[in-house]
Design a protein around this ligand. Structure first.
Ligand SMILES: [Zn+2]
Length: 108
């Protein structure tokens, strides 16, 4: 049995990873025990893909949470946002290059 130990953020006592409350001070160690609903996850990922810069804020917010599930959702949101932004920038630059080439061909 491997006990992963964590530190209680309130009293700094070591607690087992699976504990929901700190046995020393009673602090709730899994603040958001409720998993993020599938609908909310889809909404987040859609936001990240369709409106890239706006995916960062909720993504980072979830990554800072104590709960590993929220962390993973946050990480995926941030990754999707980054990918989507890179793709969008690449497309914009590609389009701009086409226009610039046409423009310089015209003004010869
Ligand atoms: Zn504690």
């Amino acid at each position: 049995m491997d006990n992963v130990l964590e530190i209680c953020p309130v009293c700094h006592q070591t607690v087992k990873e699976e504990y929901f409350f700190c046995p020393n001070c009673g602090h709730n160690l899994k603040e958001a025990v409720l998993p993020i609903s599938v609908g909310k996850q889809i909404g987040l990922y859609a936001l990240a893909v369709i409106l890239p810069p706006w995916g960062f804020y909720p993504g980072v917010k979830y990554m800072l949470k104590n709960n590993p599930h929220a962390k993973r959702v946050g990480l995926i949101t941030v990754l999707l946002t980054t990918l989507s932004m890179a793709l969008m920038l690449w497309l914009i630059f590609k389009e701009m290059n086409i226009y610039l080439e046409q423009f310089s061909a015209l003004s010869l």
